[in-house]
Write a protein that binds this ligand. Structure first.
Ligand SMILES: [Zn+2]
Length: 376
């Protein structure tokens, strides 16, 4: 499962020139279609090629990187059927790394001096790892879902907790999760909440989905401590006796999708509530100016689109024209995507980045402090 820590690690990788290939590729579900993959990769590579001022020479995917991608696909494509995979390759750095992603993403190939990470951040945001608690009046089943795979949550040993199987049951118990059943009838909901809190402390905050009967969901919800209540993403009603882990995953994934949509709407609504002309800016040039001043607290970006531009190799100033700072155009290097540059600058300054289907003004930022008019 891709994590922010992995993204941060990738962001430390830097090539001397625009020779590092980032490829986001959809691997078809049908193994018979794998034969067409190398040709398709070639098409994506052609789109990554570019010429232009600021680029030291024509930028093309190198033979060694092409070979590295072919090698990774030849040995692993069958493990990635039906997934988007991110591949980072740079022969100069000895880099050839593939990361299968939890959700389908737009395909792209990008050549730059460092890995192109916008789609990774989107995957983390869209398809987070999460927890599911299914509760009936006497039992609870806890699951972890990551990369579309469901597993019984690893439970810390708890004082007074009795775990046992129940013969004659069907549904969840018959799916090898019976050892995880928690039977604590007396303080059942409180104990379940306590276990959830312990798992949350062990693995960090994750969205929480609750499934069960119409009357058992609110009972668990009522005893969740505030920290867990904040992680609650939504619920689904189902009779636990009829559930299988696969059904739990499907029902919970719809809850998570709706929760994500709600989060996106909330972020936009909150942004639009800010008085205009204060701490919010919209549009690329205003966001570039804000990034150059390390002023972005929250950045809202679209999922798609690559906007070529320039970055000063002395001060890092970003611009659409190569004259974004006192060092002038001669010190500017072409970059394939200014949105990526603003994203990385914002993260580097400790800001937050949200990818939205339709951000205000195509790209927008809330600032730590208002900028003087002349730089907006
Ligand atoms: Zn500069």
């Amino acid at each position: 499962m891709i994590s922010r820590a992995e993204v941060d690690k990738l962001l430390e990788v830097r090539a001397p020139g625009p020779s590092l290939l980032s490829l986001y590729l959809w691997v078809p579900l049908d193994p018979a279609e794998l034969r067409g993959l190398p040709a398709h990769v070639g098409e994506l590579f052609a789109l990554a090629a570019r010429n232009g001022p600021g680029a030291p020479a024509a930028v093309r995917v190198g033979a060694a990187e092409t070979e590295a991608v072919r090698g990774l696909l030849a040995s692993h494509a069958r493990d990635w059927l039906g997934h988007t995979v991110a591949i980072f390759a740079c022969a100069e750095l000895g880099l050839a790394e593939a990361i299968p992603l939890p959700c389908p993403l737009q395909e792209r190939a990008v050549l730059a001096a460092r890995p192109h990470v916008r789609p990774l951040l989107l995957a983390i945001q869209r398809c987070p790892a999460y927890r599911v608690a299914v509760v009936d009046r006497r039992h609870a089943w806890l699951f972890s879902i990551a990369d579309g795979q469901i597993s019984a949550a690893a439970l810390p040993p708890a004082e007074g907790m009795r775990s046992r199987g129940f013969s004659g049951w069907y549904g969840l118990e018959s799916h090898r999760v019976n050892e995880r059943i928690i039977q604590l009838a007396r303080h059942h909901y409180r104990d379940t909440a306590a276990l959830l809190e312990q798992t949350s402390r062990a693995t960090g905050a994750e969205p929480l989905v609750i499934g069960g009967h119409q009357d058992t969901i609110p009972q668990l919800l009522a005893v969740l401590p505030p920290g867990l209540r904040d992680q609650f993403a939504g619920s689904f009603v189902a009779d636990p006796h009829t559930l299988t882990p696969a059904k739990v995953r499907d029902l919970a994934s719809h809850v998570i999708q709706d929760w994500r949509t709600g989060q996106d709407q909330h972020v936009v609504a909150e942004f639009l509530q800010e008085p205009p002309g204060g701490r919010t800016v919209t549009g690329l040039s205003a966001c570039l100016a804000a990034a150059n001043r390390h002023a972005i607290q929250l950045l809202l970006v679209p999922a798609g689109g690559l906007v070529p531009g320039y970055a000063c190799h002395r001060c890092g100033a970003l611009s659409g024209t190569g004259d974004g700072c006192l060092h002038g155009a001669t010190e500017s290097l072409a970059v394939p995507d200014l949105i990526e540059e603003v994203v990385v600058a914002t993260l580097g300054d400790g800001g937050q980045v949200e990818t939205l289907p339709d951000p205000p003004g195509d790209i927008a930022a809330r600032l730590r402090y208002p900028l003087p008019d002349r730089v907006r």
